[in-house]
Write a protein that binds this ligand. Structure first.
Ligand SMILES: [Zn+2]
Length: 279
């Protein structure tokens, strides 16, 4: 009986371990009316509501830099915004197995041609980041590390209780891979309101989050600026400097999980913009 209670307790702890952090973008108003430059704030994570670190979580250690990032030198010393990047309970969201597999889900609600055009608007963003971190586009969703879906993020209540539409949402979860490594995977939702240039820019920005820049830049000239801008910018030196610093940090991700207990988790905890919401 005591043994059973103990097992139940361990399971209960372990089920709280898959975390989905959601990074919401409240610039849909601007996306719908690209001529109006609206400044909207977004992005806050309530760290206090995060579940505890997995008991079997590997000791955080840095991984070797991938050669593309290792070779990166910013001759202009343009700085970074690493101080804005939030580590998670598993450490920094660093990939250590390359290439990172991206699956772009062809939208079923669109005609074949439109669906193809949508996918084609995302591809340049993957290509741009691939210069700094090896990425590839996969055809099978089950092998994806990052899945990109054309779907409106759920409406979000802001602090003044107004429901706001979001242009994009990026979330992650932890799992244990077959070879027993603590792993993560991302889902990016891009709102159907995003079209053309803005769609590519939105994909570029969200991919930046999914590659480990879990925070925003205060400068408009960076791809990870906190709001959409009239003239979307390509990846800046500051974006890459920040990415490089993230990849120099210790993480529990990509290291071996000692205990088998961690494998039994199933549920997800979802955190949106500082409001703890269970899903
Ligand atoms: Zn963002």
């Amino acid at each position: 009986m005591l043994q059973r209670l103990r097992t139940a307790l361990v399971l209960a702890i372990v089920t709280g371990l898959v975390v989905v952090l959601v990074n919401m973008h409240s610039s849909a108003v601007f996306a719908a009316f690209p001529n109006i430059l609206t400044k909207t704030t977004e992005y806050s994570i309530d760290l206090a509501t995060l579940p505890p670190c997995p008991p079997a979580s590997p000791t955080p250690k840095p991984h070797p830099l991938p050669p593309t990032l290792n070779q990166w030198q910013d001759s202009e010393n343009s700085g970074d915004y690493f101080s804005q990047v939030t580590p998670t309970k598993a450490g920094y969201l660093v990939w250590s197995k390359f290439p990172v597999h991206v699956y772009i889900e062809p939208p079923e609600s669109m005609s074949g041609k439109q669906s193809e055009a949508w996918v084609n608007a995302i591809l340049p963003a993957v290509q741009e980041w691939n210069t700094y971190l090896p990425m590839d586009v996969v055809e099978k969703p089950e092998v994806a590390d990052i899945t990109i879906v054309r779907k409106a993020p759920p409406l979000q209540t802001s602090h003044n209780k107004i429901l706001r539409a979001r242009s994009a949402q990026t979330s992650y979860e932890f799992y244990t891979s077959q070879n027993n490594l603590l792993s993560h995977r991302f889902t990016i939702l891009l709102s159907p309101s995003q079209i053309g240039n803005y769609l590519t820019a939105s994909a570029r920005h969200e991919l930046g989050h999914a590659l480990g820049i879990w925070g925003h830049s205060p400068l408009q000239s960076d791809a990870l600026y906190f709001s959409q801008v009239r003239n979307p910018q390509p990846i800046s030196s500051r974006d890459v400097n920040t990415l490089k610093r993230v990849y120099e940090q210790p993480t529990s991700l990509g290291w071996s999980v000692a205990s088998l207990q961690f494998k039994s988790q199933k549920s997800k905890v979802k955190i949106e913009d500082g409001l703890g919401i269970n899903s």
